[in-house]
Design a protein around this ligand. Structure first.
Ligand SMILES: [Fe+2]
Length: 250
């Protein structure tokens, strides 16, 4: 956290984050994971997206081993109840639902069931362990592709076991070559996950690796990071690169 707001931020820059248009990685569906726990907190987050100018935001609750055992059916029911709340409706913000799937041992059963929460044209948001390389991760990704899904790997700049390799850019390029797309957490650029993740995010932007950028915001206490992100030179560069495809999910 020490590096927060330190580097590559310029007071003269003011990105229009709202131009990103769609955020599909955030944890605002209340009470389902480590994100918002109350509807009041969810409304605070959604109000901020609205204020920034987003057109549509998706909740992406964790589906993660024994920790967050959410099912598609359960999440869909909770999402419908949430949407029917009067205060949520008065926000006049389009809402959607996907999930953030961890590629862990239990993912094999999910592949067998082949019933995922997806976005757009069968895009699926996935993450891996931050620290350990499981041998089956690539197999899962390729199995998803075989089944017609389009995996989006969340926050590649956060996977220590990949970025500790000297050739991590090549490793990501290999995934991209095989049809996997990469999604940046915008707060990585202001150092929220540490200096190394920030530098990796910058390197991946330089290599035109990202096609999506999202907030991965969990709690109202993180709203302040949007303001810092608006001053990020690299976010400015990414938004202006014409590489971003978030708006395809409108
Ligand atoms: Fe997330």
């Amino acid at each position: 956290m020490l590096s927060l707001f330190k580097n590559k931020l310029s007071p003269s820059i003011h990105n229009n984050i709202g131009d990103i248009g769609i955020d599909f990685h955030a944890h605002w569906l209340p009470g389902v994971d480590d994100g918002c726990q109350t509807i009041d907190d969810s409304i605070l987050l959604l109000s901020e997206f609205k204020r920034l100018g987003y057109k549509k935001v998706y909740a992406s609750p964790h589906i993660m081993g024994d920790k967050y055992t959410n099912t598609k059916q359960d999440l869909m029911e909770r999402f419908e109840i949430f949407k029917s709340d009067e205060r949520v409706q008065s926000l006049q913000l389009e809402l959607g639902l996907i999930a953030e799937y961890l590629l862990d041992e239990q993912f094999e059963d999910k592949l067998k069931a082949n019933d995922f929460l997806t976005i757009g044209d069968k895009h699926i948001l996935v993450e891996t362990s931050m620290n350990y390389e499981f041998p089956f991760v690539k197999d899962y990704l390729f199995e998803l592709i075989k089944l017609g899904y389009k995996p989006i790997l969340a926050h590649p700049e956060r996977y220590r076991y990949i970025y500790n390799e000297k050739n991590y850019v090549e490793k990501y390029e290999e995934l991209m070559f095989n049809g996997i797309e990469l999604q940046l957490n915008m707060f990585s650029l202001i150092g929220l996950y540490g200096d190394t993740s920030r530098k990796v995010a910058e390197a991946l932007i330089e290599n035109e690796a990202y096609t999506f950028v999202c907030s991965d915001i969990h709690l109202p206490s993180q709203i302040k990071y949007f303001e810092a992100a608006q001053k990020s030179l690299f976010l400015e560069k990414l938004i202006k690169s014409n590489k971003l495809k978030n708006l395809e999910f409108y």
